[in-house]
Write a protein that binds this ligand. Structure first.
Ligand code: FES
Length: 242
């Protein structure tokens, strides 16, 4: 059987970049201070490209031509090269983002467990399609690929924090709380913060309190490891190692 895969951007993503072409002098100076800290962590400047893209995403809420150009100048690449990297990864956004990016996993396991129904319910409830933002600017809805949280399917992520074992009803309550300005506590991980602040954390510039009460793995994630320990199971070739 022949299977055709359609390549290219997600259907709800535009092909090109939009937004401002340059930063005001003060913004640029501030970004340069942050970029210098980030680049100093790597042996080669271009190795810092991914966190730098998060940095400019924290400024605009998405990638603009100004952000791409800034990154290119910082690491000595062309803007075409930076764009090629940026458009490969789905965490870099090409359209303005609301305060909370709500991603519904619709990959295989989550879809089977209710992810498709959750996305449909949220589109109806919010009156928007995936890829769009509510009029109040609070919620951008999108479908996301597997986030390695299949053990808690179906999963909804808000600014990349996990909300496990969701249902259409619980997901509606979740977006209602976000729109009301009462962000709930994620099932795991760090407390929620607005999208731009999350992007700054991903750039490697977290405020100390951001990660202070991040929580640990859930029991389902480590169930296999626990069973292996209880039964004395060891991977072939690793006998005798801790
Ligand atoms: S399929 Fe949804 S997290 Fe893996």
């Amino acid at each position: 059987m022949t299977v055709f895969l359609q390549l290219g951007p997600k259907p709800d993503e535009p092909h090109g970049l939009s937004g401002r072409d340059s930063y005001p002098t003060d913004v640029r100076a501030r970004l340069e201070v942050d970029a210098e800290k980030i680049i100093a962590r790597y042996p080669h400047a271009r190795s810092a490209l991914l966190p730098l893209l998060h940095l400019v995403q924290s400024e605009d809420g998405y990638l603009t031509p100004a952000g791409i150009e800034f990154c290119a100048e910082q690491v000595g690449l062309t803007s075409a090269q930076v764009t090629a990297v940026a458009t490969f990864y789905s965490m870099y956004r090409r359209t303005p983002t609301g305060e909370y990016l709500v991603g519904v996993c619709t990959n295989t396991l989550c879809a089977i467990m209710g992810g498709d129904a959750i996305l449909e319910a949220l589109q109806d409830h919010l009156g928007i399609h995936a890829g769009q933002t509510t009029d109040d600017g609070r919620v951008t809805l999108e479908h996301i690929e597997c986030n390695a949280a299949c053990d808690y399917a179906p999963v909804v992520m808000v600014n990349w924090e996990f909300f496990d074992n969701q249902t259409p009803s619980s997901a509606r309550d979740l977006v209602d709380a976000l729109r009301a300005g009462n962000p709930p506590v994620p099932t795991r991980g760090a407390p929620l913060c607005p999208f731009r602040q999350t992007a700054r954390t991903l750039a490697g510039l977290p405020e100390p309190q951001d990660l202070a009460d991040a929580r640990t793995l859930g029991p389902a994630t480590v169930a296999g490891l626990k069973t292996a320990h209880e039964k004395g199971m060891v991977a072939h070739g690793l006998e005798g190692e801790d």
